[in-house]
Design a protein around this ligand. Structure first.
Ligand code: NAP
Ligand code: GFB
Length: 322
């Protein structure tokens, strides 16, 4: 095997929801293990990627040929509402450092992460990859959204000025083991799983925030991990690609909560706190481009993935991020 073929893959955000799913899939799915790939999963305790010098030292240490760039300040609707400036500044610093140092050190491929929540709020549906910059994002997470959109701008800049081909993926809402189950800061599914756990334990009602009417597409972290490995090995365009279940798999927050109630075997009262924000009503994304490459990719059924995540949380309650 020539050194050309050997991949040294740096995974930033390696200890987070998506990073830990990639680690799990590589270690537990033999058909995903690739002998000429070596992986390095990085957490913020090893390197604060907002800091240029620390980022340069990280690349010097690991000498990556490829980067799966997941690290970001991430959170659900309510964390974004309270810290839009931090989401913009932190993620701008992290993303500029990663792409600049990758360029400086001759990294062959960088896959960065956007999100389906960064698309224009006033849009036609289904949303597709060509629509990223067609208007303002939903105001609830403008900081995060604009910072993520700048990844696409940076990728274009590196392509036209330096002929370097970095790309990006656009996951929809992700959930799974090792998520951030903090009720205030996390996303809806881990928040509801944690709240359901406490409602069962304390014999109190499960409170769903908002009306339950908004619509979401959810992708299981292990499915996203499998798709990330496909992007690493097979996808060679600099144009972003949406990684999501189909439009037909979109569910309401109410239906998502019902899946959590079933997964946690909760028998108690369920109530809605409509004083809490609903956020974006819908962000229905098309996975047509993904399907044109992988027409037969099988997503884990939503209820099965929720059940697995609920069981993981109950079993790992003491060590889970919450
Ligand atoms: P997560 O669980 O919060 O993980 C984020 C990771 O980033 C953590 O490993 C964290 O390190 C690291 N990180 C944060 N700030 C850092 C810093 N200053 N320096 C170095 N590392 C830092 O998030 P996730 O859900 O896995 O998200 C991964 C990627 O997917 C992100 O780019 C996110 O924007 C994108 N995405 C997520 C969703 C979703 O629903 N979760 C949807 C669409 C796109 P520590 O573990 O040490 O804190
Ligand atoms: O996952 P989430 O917080 O973020 O979902 P978004 C928010 C929706 O779930 C709102 C309802 O309609 C909430 O009213 N909800 C109900 C809850 N119960 C809860 C709960 O216990 N916790 C939470 N968090 N919501 C995010 C963006 O939007 O999407 C981020 O703000 C990120 O930047 C993420 O990109 C993927 O889906 O609304």
């Amino acid at each position: 095997m020539t050194s050309e073929q050997q991949k040294r893959v740096l995974v930033t955000g390696g200890t987070g929801l998506v990073g830990s799913a990639i680690k799990y899939v590589i270690e537990n799915e033999s058909n995903k293990k690739n002998q000429n790939e070596e992986y390095f999963f990085i957490s913020s305790s090893e390197c604060d990627l907002r800091n240029r010098e620390q980022t340069e030292a990280l690349f010097k240490k690991y000498q990556p040929t490829h980067v799966i760039h997941l690290a970001a300040l991430v959170g659900g609707l309510f964390r974004n509402l309270s810290r839009n400036l931090d989401f913009f500044r932190d993620n701008m610093q992290i993303n500029d450092n990663i792409l600049y140092v990758a360029y400086q050190t001759g990294v062959k491929k960088v896959i960065s992460c956007l999100s389906t929540c960064i698309f224009p709020d006033k849009t036609t549906y289904p949303i597709d990859e060509t629509m990223i910059h067609n208007g303002a994002p939903h105001d609830s997470n403008f900081g995060y959204s604009y910072a993520k959109r700048m990844i696409d701008v940076l990728n274009k800049g590196y392509a036209v000025q330096h002929n370097v081909h970095y790309t990006s993926i656009i996951p929809t809402n992700v959930f799974g083991p090792n998520d951030n189950f903090n009720i205030e800061d996390g996303h809806v599914l881990p928040g509801l799983i944690h709240k359901c756990y406490l409602a069962k334990k304390n014999n109190t009602p499960l409170i769903i925030w908002g009306s339950g009417k908004p619509l979401r597409q959810f992708i299981y972290s292990y499915d996203l991990a499998r798709l990330c490995l496909w992007v690493l090995r097979e996808y060679d365009s600099i144009e972003p690609i949406i990684l999501s279940v189909g439009e037909e798999d979109e569910v309401s927050i109410k239906e998502a909560a019902e899946a959590v109630v079933k997964g946690m075997d909760f028998q108690g009262e369920v109530k809605y706190d409509t004083t809490k924000a609903d956020g974006q009503f819908k962000k229905t994304a098309s996975n047509k481009k993904l399907r044109s490459y992988l027409p037969d990719f099988k997503f884990t059924p939503f209820e099965e993935a929720i059940k697995y995540t609920c069981d993981w949380f109950v079993k790992n309650y003491d060590k889970a991020r919450k």
